[in-house]
Design a protein around this ligand. Structure first.
Ligand code: ZN
Ligand code: ZN
Length: 336
């Protein structure tokens, strides 16, 4: 089976690997589509160092082709997406680790992560995953749009960790690939959403995905203070992954509000006023992988609008150039 391996930073090699055979609690999926996200770009550039060679790709859709002998045969031939963490629970291990025992499988101490940590991913004709990660795709959602289930689940997880109370104000800094999904989810949850972006096109798009307002970073402080009676926003999501974003989040959030950090970035060394965070009793909340069932529910309902976020489709042979152009595009999907 053909796969696109990351053999060294910025180097994809198309390789012919042996067809996969599933372990007892695994499924092998014939991949149809696999989306590229910021994590893939961090792996590709080497900013997120992992053991190479690695087949990246963790946002995918496909059809179950083979099952391990402990798996329920009803999965064969089903169109599926899969969660990325292959955990004690997903593998149905007899002795789960402490995190899985405490019902935090996404923090499993023994996990591997499809396409990221110690487990080849979906920029390939086949991918194997732990059986417990599978979710059937609703009939109305095509395989291209279904690749958005994983990032949409991550967007939903933002507000699983930080609940939105009635009509609260949520500021999203950086309404890009993931940020736009966060705007969309926050608006569906009834928040007054304010997007902040340098890009006029992104500000415009954010308003069509549910933001009540969209401002440039320069005007955001005054405008948001104005909209919140001088107090600041209840929740500020930083999806920029930059020091500037985090600094601005700390300026925009209200006392006892929450900064939700969504992108992995190094700790800022300059500019973050830690005293303000202490004095204003600000909460800082990280979040990542989220629940797939509500994500698939949103996709079933809003697939037409969400599908428009996909900006181009490339072949597996074009994985190298697809990754390179993903730096400048919203969502590139590889189609096998
Ligand atoms: Zn991703
Ligand atoms: Zn575990």
């Amino acid at each position: 089976m053909k796969s696109a391996q990351l053999s060294a930073p910025r180097t994809i090699q198309i390789a012919n690997l042996e067809s996969l055979t599933p372990n007892a609690n695994e499924a092998v999926i014939a991949v149809e589509t696999a989306g590229i996200c910021g994590t893939d770009l961090a792996l590709f550039s080497g900013d997120y160092p992992v053991a190479l060679p690695l087949v990246c790709g963790h946002e995918f859709a496909g059809t179950v082709k083979l099952l391990g002998n402990a798996m329920d045969t009803q999965w064969i031939g089903k169109r599926v997406v899969a969660e990325i963490n292959n955990t004690c629970i997903a593998y149905e291990m007899e002795k789960p680790c402490r995190a899985c025992e405490l019902d935090m499988p996404n923090h499993c101490l023994k996990r591997n992560v499809t396409g990221i940590i110690n487990h080849d991913g979906a920029f390939a004709e086949e991918v194997s995953v732990a059986g417990g990660t599978l979710h059937e795709i609703p009939e109305t959602v095509d395989s291209l749009t279904a690749t958005l289930a994983e990032p949409l689940a991550a967007a939903i997880q933002t507000f699983e960790m930080t609940h939105i109370n009635n009509g609260e104000t949520v500021v999203v800094l950086g309404p890009g690939r993931l940020g736009i999904l966060i705007v969309f989810v926050a608006a569906l949850k009834g928040a007054q959403v304010i997007a902040v972006s340098r890009s006029e096109a992104k500000r415009k798009r954010a308003t069509s995905y549910g933001a009540a307002h969209a401002f440039s970073p320069e005007s955001a402080d005054a405008q948001i203070k104005n909209l919140t009676h001088g107090l600041g926003a209840d929740i500020v999501v930083d999806a920029t992954g930059s020091t500037e974003g985090l600094v601005q989040a700390s300026q925009l959030v209200r006392p006892r509000g929450t900064i939700s950090v969504k992108t992995t970035c190094g700790l800022p060394e300059h500019g973050l006023n830690i005293t303000k965070l202490v004095v204003d009793e600000i909460g800082i909340q990280g979040s990542r992988c989220g629940p797939f069932q509500p994500a698939l529910g949103f996709l079933a309902k809003h697939h037409e609008q969400l599908g428009k976020l996909i900006t181009s489709v490339r072949s597996l042979d074009e994985t190298q150039s697809a990754l390179e152009s993903a730096y400048y595009e919203n969502k590139v999907v590889i189609k096998m």
